[in-house]
Design a protein around this ligand. Structure first.
Ligand code: CO
Length: 200
C-alpha cells in the first residue's frame, strides 16, 4: 500500500535528521555524484544498496537487462547529463546473473514488445555462439551471456559520441563492466574497462 511507503519514509527521514541535522539541507544544495550506474530494473539489484552508496553518490539509469540502445532517447539523455553536466568520473554498467531479460532474449517463444528491446542480447548471443555453445549446461551459457551483454554495453556506452567527445576533451572518465550475483550478493569486475586497465 502507498500509505505503508509514506509511513516508512517518515521513519527514514526522521532517522536521517536525527543522525545528521543538516543531511537534507546539504543534499538540496548540490548534486555531485561520482558514478553513473546503468543497471537492470530487477528489484533485487538496487544500485545504492548493493554498492553501499548514499543518496547523492550515484546517478542511476535502470532498464530491463541494462541495455543502451543507439536510439534510446532516455538512456542517452541520462548519459549526456551525467557526463557533461554532472561530470561523473566512472560509468558502471552492471548486469546480474539470473537476469530475466537475458533468459527471455534467448527463449524460443515470443514475448511481444520486449523482444524488440532485447534484440541486442540476441545479437551478442549470435556473435558469441561459438563460445556459448562450448559451455556444458544452460545455466553456464546464460551466466556467460549476462557477462557478454555487460561487455557489449560497456563498448556501446564507450563508443557513443557523448563519451568519445569527453575522452577527446581529456575529461577524467572511465567505463566499467560489473556483474552481480544474487546468490552471494557480490559484485564482480569483468575486466572490460575503457580505457583498458582503468578498472583495477
Ligand atoms: Co535483470
Amino acid at each position: 500500500m502507498v500509505q505503508t511507503l509514506i509511513q516508512r519514509n517518515i521513519v527514514w527521514s526522521a532517522e536521517r535528521v536525527k543522525q545528521d541535522p543538516d543531511y537534507f539541507k546539504r543534499l538540496c544544495e548540490i548534486q555531485n555524484p561520482r558514478y553513473l550506474w546503468i543497471g537492470c530494473s530487477d528489484s533485487r539489484v538496487p544500485a545504492n544498496v548493493i554498492a553501499g552508496l548514499e543518496p547523492g553518490e550515484v546517478f542511476v539509469h535502470r532498464n530491463v537487462a541494462n541495455l543502451l540502445h543507439p536510439g534510446d532517447l532516455n538512456g542517452l539523455s541520462v548519459l549526456q547529463y551525467a557526463v557533461e553536466s554532472l561530470q561523473v568520473r566512472q560509468i558502471i554498467v552492471c548486469g546480474h546473473y539470473g537476469c530475466g531479460g537475458i533468459n527471455a532474449a534467448v527463449e524460443a517463444r515470443s514475448h511481444g514488445l520486449i523482444d524488440h528491446w532485447l534484440q541486442p542480447i540476441r545479437d551478442t548471443a549470435a556473435l558469441c555462439a561459438h563460445e556459448l555453445d562450448a559451455l556444458s549446461d544452460e545455466k553456464k551459457r546464460l551466466d556467460r551471456l549476462c557477462e557478454l551483454n555487460v561487455m557489449a554495453q560497456v563498448r556501446r556506452v564507450s563508443e557513443t559520441p557523448i563519451v568519445q567527445e569527453a575522452f577527446s576533451r581529456g575529461q577524467d572518465l572511465e567505463v566499467h563492466g560489473l556483474v552481480y550475483a544474487l546468490t552471494d550478493g557480490r559484485l564482480r569486475n569483468l575486466g572490460c574497462s575503457v580505457p583498458p586497465g582503468s578498472g583495477s
